[in-house]
Every structure is written in structure tokens, then in C-alpha cells.
Design a binder for this molecule. Structure first.
Ligand SMILES: [Zn+2]
Length: 278
């Protein structure tokens, strides 16, 4: 009889436990408070307040951890000054996040062919149009949030240029390197590191054959210099689905994938999102 009673008690307890609301793990990148990194914090706020939060007047990426705690994620621009950034709720700072410096590598190259230093004039209208297309794609803001942002490496390549490198051509400063380069032989498969939707496919002057993916919540990833694209605009992809293959289309010196992660319009270091195997 005693055994039977204990069994009933256990049954009741376990039934009650299943009534608890389960919350996701919210597997976000580590807090990386430097230019090119991300602010990754847990805030004690409720579901009504999460939409009142902003950082630098930009949307934040978020995930509910429990009844009154939310994880938030926001980008830090490579050009951000080294001073604290405020997490703001309804116009009032609720947390000051200290930002530290990060020493990025410099890369200096000399090119004698002027057409490779600056594009010939006839390509300028095309480049302008492609820049606008890219800007529109990276400002996509769909209301779908992932609870895990841990990503697969999109191609089996060797890291040939890291994010943030300060580039100089003939001693003239150029744009910072806003992606991660993975060198691999032509034809090496490129997969989607996270589920998402194809929002733009094109063959661009600089980027070559490129795919833009929307991962929701203002997070976009891009894949450039491909030899082959096997997806179409509007297509939904699962984590690990094939996108295409490594190539050397566009302005490149050798075959590689230029991979970007852009959060609220700001490129951040893709390595922060990788599952620990890299
Ligand atoms: Zn690159």
C-alpha cells in the first residue's frame, strides 16, 4: 500500500512539473565588448518592456530566458568610439556597457595595375546600383528570432583573412575587412550555417556571385565570390542546406568564401557565432 501511495505522489508531482512553461536555452554569442563585437547581456525585464529597449537607437535581437529575464544581442560597429554604450529603455539608460579596444591586424599591399586599384569609370553606375541593392537587403527586418545563434562553418576552408583587418592599397587606407575569408578550392560546398531565407542573389562587380540570407530579427548573412549558386530568392533554408560552391568571381586574387554576419545593418565578427569546433 505504501508503495502504491508513493507511486501516486510521484505521478502527481511529475504531472505538475509538465505544467511549467519551458523556456529556450537562448544560446547567444559571448559578450564581446569591442568594435566589431557584440553586446550580449541578460536583462531583468518583462515581456511588455522588451520592445522598449534599444541600443544606439537600433533594434536589438532578443530571446526570453524565463518569466522576467531576456537575453539581448546588439552589434558594435568597427568604427565605434571606445566609450561606454548605453542600453536604453524608453529613452532612459538602464545599463552602461564598457567598451574596450581591440587591436586588428593591418594588411598592406601594392598594386601597379590602376584598373585594379580603382574601377574603370564605365562600371561606376553598376557599382552604385549594386551598393543600393545590398543596403536594402541588409536592412531587412523580419520578426523571426532564433533561440540558438550557434552557427556551422559555411565551408571547409582555411581562414585566410580575419574580420576587421585594416587594409591599405599602395599606402592608401581602404575599407576595413567586414567579413571572414575562408580559402578553399573552387567547387567546395557552401552550406547555410543557420536556418534562414534567401533574400537576394546576384553577380556583383566586387562581391561576384553572392547570396544574402535573412535569419530574422535584423540578422543577415552574406556569401560572396561563389562559383555556383544553387538557391533562389525567396527560398527557405534549414541549417546545413547547400547554398552553392566556393569560387573566385568578382574582385579577388584567389578562390575563397567572403562570409559576413550583419546585425541591424552593422557587420560583426562571424567567428563569434561559430560552434566551438573551428
Ligand atoms: Zn573577404
Amino acid at each position: 500500500m505504501k508503495n502504491k501511495l508513493s507511486f501516486i505522489c510521484i505521478f502527481i508531482l511529475s504531472s505538475c512539473a509538465t505544467l511549467d512553461i519551458s523556456y529556450p536555452l537562448c544560446d547567444f554569442p559571448e559578450h564581446s565588448p569591442f568594435p566589431g563585437g557584440v553586446i550580449s547581456q541578460t536583462l531583468r525585464i518583462n515581456a511588455y518592456e522588451i520592445n522598449e529597449i534599444d541600443i544606439n537607437q537600433k533594434n536589438i535581437y532578443f530571446c526570453q530566458v524565463d518569466k522576467d529575464h531576456w537575453k539581448i544581442l546588439a552589434p558594435i560597429s568597427l568604427s565605434e568610439e571606445i566609450k561606454p554604450i548605453d542600453i536604453v529603455k524608453n529613452g532612459q539608460s538602464i545599463l552602461e556597457v564598457p567598451i574596450s579596444n581591440k587591436a586588428y591586424r593591418e594588411s598592406k599591399i601594392t598594386i601597379t595595375n590602376q584598373d585594379l586599384v580603382s574601377p574603370p569609370e564605365e562600371y561606376l553606375p553598376r557599382i552604385k546600383m549594386e551598393t543600393e541593392l545590398g543596403k536594402a537587403a541588409i536592412s531587412t527586418l523580419s520578426r523571426r528570432f532564433h533561440t540558438s545563434l550557434k552557427m556551422l562553418l559555411p565551408t571547409q576552408g582555411i581562414k585566410s583573412s580575419e574580420f576587421g583587418v585594416k587594409r591599405f592599397i599602395n599606402n592608401q587606407p581602404r575599407n576595413r575587412h567586414t567579413g571572414l575569408d575562408l580559402a578553399a578550392s573552387i567547387g567546395t560546398e557552401i552550406i547555410s550555417p543557420l536556418s534562414g531565407k534567401v533574400i537576394l542573389v546576384g553577380n556583383f562587380y566586387y562581391r561576384g556571385k553572392t547570396v544574402f540570407l535573412d535569419h530574422g530579427g535584423g540578422m543577415i548573412s552574406t556569401y560572396s565570390h561563389m562559383s555556383k549558386v544553387v538557391v533562389q530568392q525567396g527560398q527557405s533554408l534549414e541549417k546545413g542546406d547547400l547554398i552553392g560552391a566556393v569560387g573566385q568571381s568578382g574582385r579577388v586574387t584567389g578562390p575563397h568564401l567572403h562570409w559576413q554576419i550583419i546585425l541591424s545593418g552593422i557587420p560583426v565578427d562571424p567567428e563569434l557565432f561559430l560552434e566551438p569546433s573551428l
